[in-house]
Ligand binder design. Sequence first.
Ligand code: DAH
Length: 348
Amino acid sequence: MQEKVEKIKSELLADIEQVKTLQDIVELKAKYIGKSGVITELTKNMKDLSVEERKEVGKLSNTLKDEVTNIINEKERSINDEILNAKLRSEVIDVSLPSTKIKVGAPNILEAVIEEVEEVFMSMGYDVVDGPEIEEDHYNFELLNIPKGHPARDAQDTFYLKDDEILLRSQTSPVQARTMLAGHGEVPIRMICPGKTYRRDDDDATHSHQFMQIEGLLVDKNVSLSDLKGTFDIVAKRLFGPDVETRFRPSYYQFTEPSVETDISCFACHGKGCSLCKNTGWITVSGAGMVHPNVLRNCGYDPEKWCGFAFGFGAERLAMLKYGINDLRTFYNTDLREVQAFDRLESE
Ligand code: DAH
């Protein structure tokens, strides 16, 4: 028996030398300690032996099994180590290689300008509100004192979705009506609403079928045009610099009376005249005025008691002025080179 044990051991040591892969280990385990391995084989004829012999054979084969298992496990561990080391060697990172350039994004400049406007107005106690882009004729026109058939509608032709009643809003002004109706006659109302608007325009350098406006509305008592002027002064200075001045020119909108165009003094030439201001020294930035009594009434506010002002900026126009962009389509044609040029401007 002892001889057999020794023979198995020396055979195992010879076999172990040949082992190279984990598959070899599997085979080795099967050969020695598997169900029909050589060690099991040793104990096969136990029932023919005497009690003493059985004890002896049992003890020897158990010790042998432990020893063999240890030897094989040890080999398995060393093979696993080798595999791991080879993997680590092959995956080593060469830190001296040049890195791949990662493109860093930047805020969209149109969004950035809108956020700037929002911040100025929020600092003056205004809420930033939202309104639907799919709007009813009632809000987009009727409540704003533009009844069906009014010629002012011609300038705001838009996309109709259903029976001339549901449309893509042509202006953010319907949010004035929605805000007042939701206010149920309570004052003060101070809100701005940035959002998308649509018109049936052919796209060119200054027109787009889709563009952004920033609407504003204040309703309270004893509000005057000079409050509007003061408000614009603050906004213009914050957006375009402390030397910029504002002025009003008479205008006409159906939902304001009186109505004005608001200009800022040209921040590029300081009023001397240049290509940006078309040699006038002034740049128009928005339409505005005192809320028309009919609009107040339509929306549940007694015009004898309350008054207010409203205004509407073209957001792209503000961004174009601020960043020296001369084509409105720049914002929508997704040319990365242009976007990157503005990124650089932003970080300078
Ligand atoms: N909604 C006008 C437009 O799209 C802009 C405007 C003018 C808004 C005067 C106003 C306003 O609130 O008072 O042309």
